[in-house]
Design a binder for this molecule. Sequence first.
Ligand code: TYC
Length: 99
Amino acid sequence: MATDTKHEVDVDLELTYPKKYKVYLLNDDYTTMDFVVDILMSIFHKSYEEAQNIMLEVHKKDRGLCGVYTHEIAETKVMQVITKAKDNGFPLKAVMEEE
Ligand code: TYC
């Protein structure tokens, strides 16, 4: 019996990439500008200048992009924003949206 028979196997190497999600901060009338800047620096790792720009964009246009992440990381960021805001008495909200 041949033991070295070569079998051609069709391997369908379909590479799938994880979907990405945009995380946005939403404007409100109560959260202070300084707190939003702090959130952008501590949770989204923005520089002070980037954080100021994103905060002002949210303030003027009602929402601003904070970053693009995999589903799990985006979900965690949204949760961290809401939890930290709530702990500090602010109604600040973040949302995620498939890219
Ligand atoms: N609009 C807020 C104010 O005038 C500031 C603010 C900016 C709040 C961005 C939320 O995501 C936000 N104090």
